[in-house]
Design a binder for this molecule. Structure first.
Ligand SMILES: [Zn+2]
Length: 549
């Protein structure tokens, strides 16, 4: 079946200014088209809500650190077996697996598709582990995706900054993006992981010297933001700021956003970086200051990184954060330094309603959502599985859409730290279906620079999700009635029936080969890996074009 007409649904396609109009959506050969012949198969969507497939621009599903977390948490898997879905006869072997906070690869693909998500990006892959990340994506069916490659604590990059060789830094980033088949540049706690690996403990300041006074977190983020812009990447620098999760870190986040000085950048999981007051002044919300700054600066975008109550696994390249979390929670901990590139830490975590810090984190995320003035620039994430599983997105959507429900939940959480938060003052905003369509698909697609995702205009990828309206938004978004991925009906009457392979998004910016000879010498001197063995090689899918946008 290459053609399909979805008839009579209410369409929410904000990228094309369609907000609940009743019309047909036509599909031919995997793309949205203007019309199909009357004889084409039909899917009756009368009375239902039709949106583009969901786009998750920040989660952790395919990196080396995800596998470390899987190895650390066998009990989580044992408690959450996932049986193989009853797939139609499409030649695809259905796979069992396990779910819980870090599902296995096949289960990850099935469950995202079951929620109506069709595009998923892993936000942090160490270059050295890129090949393994691609292998994991190969085993994650249905969803299209890619990953961001970690560069914020990279030894070669920092040496070039020290030498004032900004051109060389840019050529290196271009080469590395292509060598790892990555999609964008990620910086996690720029400079802070390098300090951690040298044994430094404590906060990281923007102007802290990293060996040399020329190499500072500020210089790293300026270099990487300029590099992403200079290379014409579809997505700008994806930045996890310094001092994640620490009281008083809103000051660092504000200083970081100011340091970007008008450069385009995406600040990820804002919630974990929005704690107000002085560093030693205890916990309180700094959400108002952070979101006011983002609202006022169009060069910036963010995803929220909402905390949801329940079990989570914290997984990050930000190793020092995991050390602190392990010390404070007493839970088990894994740390893996990745030689010249980055770090990795994992600690399982439980966000409890009656825990004051967890309640504050939950409230801060909701404040950011409810005080954001531009849904196209502040989009939905839980930083899966750090703030909660992607499976909790429907519950989060209900919190945003249903004020009565939200107010009931506020009464259940520990009130101690909510004093002074805008949430405790009573925020009345309720997201509309159109706004939900922006923060879960149209917005992330636009921020990622994916022109054929997140909308239902002619020529778009035929990724469509059909929901049965329900006063309970959680129930509505948890169980789409139909999901079409690339023109294939993958969910029928709420059941996963087909699981085609997804495609990979990656870029390969041009670079000067003279610059890579310099990189090669660095490999010979310092790396355990041969330069020639480092690139992951060609993927089945061609790279996306880069250039001025
Ligand atoms: Zn993350």
């Amino acid at each position: 079946m290459t053609q399909l007409r979805i008839t009579g649904g209410r369409i929410y396609d904000p990228a094309n200014s369609v907000d609940g109009d009743v019309r047909d959506i036509c599909i031919d050969d995997g793309r949205i088209v203007a019309d199909v012949p009357a004889s084409a198969p039909r899917l009756d969507a009368r009375g239902m809500v039709v949106m583009p497939g969901g786009v998750d621009m920040h989660c952790h599903v395919a990196s080396g650190s995800v596998n470390v977390a899987r190895r650390l948490l066998p009990e989580d898997h044992a408690q959450h077996p996932a049986t193989a879905p009853a797939l139609d006869d499409t030649g695809m072997i259905p796979r069992s697996g396990s779910a819980g906070t870090i599902p296995t690869t096949f289960t990850t693909g099935y469950r995202y598709a079951g929620l109506g998500y069709t595009t998923v990006f892993d936000a942090a892959v160490a270059p050295l582990l890129a090949r393994a990340a691609h292998s994991q994506f190969d085993d994650t069916p249905i969803v299209d995706g890619g990953f961001f490659v970690l560069l914020g604590n990279d030894d070669y990059l920092m040496r070039q900054i020290d030498a004032g060789e900004h051109e060389r830094a840019r050529e290196y980033a271009a080469w590395l993006l292509g060598a790892t088949s990555a999609y964008a540049i990620k910086a996690v706690n720029p400079g802070g992981i390098d300090l951690w690996k040298r044994g430094v403990r404590g906060r990281t300041e923007l102007d802290q010297a990293l060996g040399s006074s020329r190499v500072t977190p500020r210089a790293i983020l300026e270099t990487l933001a300029d590099t992403a812009i200079g290379l014409g990447l579809p997505h700008p620098l994806h930045l996890h700021c310094n001092n994640l999760g620490l009281p008083g870190n809103a000051a660092t986040t504000l200083a970081t956003m100011a340091a970007l000085d008008g450069r385009r950048a995406h600040i990820t999981h804002l919630q974990f970086h929005s704690y107000g007051g002085p560093p030693d002044g205890g916990w309180r919300s700094g959400a108002r200051e952070i979101i006011a700054y983002v609202n006022a600066h169009e060069n910036l975008s963010g995803d929220v990184g909402q905390v949801m109550f329940g079990s989570a696994a914290t997984i990050t390249a930000d190793a020092p954060v995991e050390y602190l979390l392990h010390r404070s929670s007493g839970r088990k901990w894994a740390n893996v330094d990745i030689e010249l590139e980055t770090g990795c830490g994992v600690v399982p975590h439980e966000y409890k309603e009656r825990n004051a810090v967890a309640a504050l984190q939950w409230a801060v995320g909701l404040e950011l959502f409810l005080l954001s003035s531009d849904p196209w620039r502040v989009v939905l994430s839980t930083d899966h599985p750090n703030g909660g599983s992607f499976m909790s997105y429907p519950a989060l959507i209900r919190l945003l859409m249903d004020r009565t429900y939200r107010d009931e939940q506020i009464k259940r959480v520990a009130p101690k730290l909510l004093v002074g938060s805008a949430l405790a003052d009573g925020l009345t905003r309720e997201y509309t279906l159109g706004e939900i369509a922006i923060i879960t698909r149209a917005g992330p697609a636009r921020l990622l620079g994916l022109r054929d995702k997140g909308h239902l205009g002619i020529g778009a990828d035929a990724d469509v999700t059909v929901y049965m309206p329900d006063a309970d938004a959680e129930r509505m978004f948890a169980t789409p009635r139909f999901v079409v991925k690339g023109g294939v009906l993958v969910v029928e009457e709420g059941e996963l029936r087909r699981a085609p392979a997804g495609r990979r998004f990656h870029v390969r910016p041009p670079f000067d080969t003279a610059a890579t000879r310099h990189v090669e010498r660095h490999f010979e001197q310092y790396s355990t890996v041969q330069f020639a063995n480092y690139p992951v090689g060609d993927l089945r899918d061609a790279p996306l074009p880069v250039g001025a946008r």
